[in-house]
Write a protein that binds this ligand. Structure first.
Ligand SMILES: [Zn+2]
Length: 97
């Protein structure tokens, strides 16, 4: 059996523990994040394919600078180690400032 359900992840923490929460004024699907560690309880589907929001990225980078390990950073922020690695990798290739 092949499930056709598209996997939506929380853009803030990368968790897949989310649930639908109706639609907003513009008709976009709104989701709730059920990750207890996540500070953002709901988000709109359009964010799904975007990179992680600057807030999360900055936090990851700050913690890395402070010497927090990848695994610990992920645990504290409620995102996976792979997500942390991806953020760091992206940061290295896309130097902004
Ligand atoms: Zn979340």
């Amino acid at each position: 059996m092949v499930s056709k359900v598209v996997k939506v992840l929380c853009p803030f923490c990368g968790s897949d523990k989310i649930s639908k929460n109706g639609h907003n004024k513009t008709g976009k699907q709104v989701y709730n994040c059920n990750n207890k560690e996540c500070n953002h309880r709901n988000f709109i589907e359009q964010y799904t394919h975007k990179a992680y929001l600057p807030e999360v990225r900055n936090q990851v980078l700050k913690m890395t600078v402070d010497g927090t390990g990848t695994r610990a950073t992920g645990r504290i922020l409620g995102i996976s180690k792979d997500t942390v690695t991806a953020i760091l990798k992206k940061q290295k290739t896309g130097l902004g400032k």
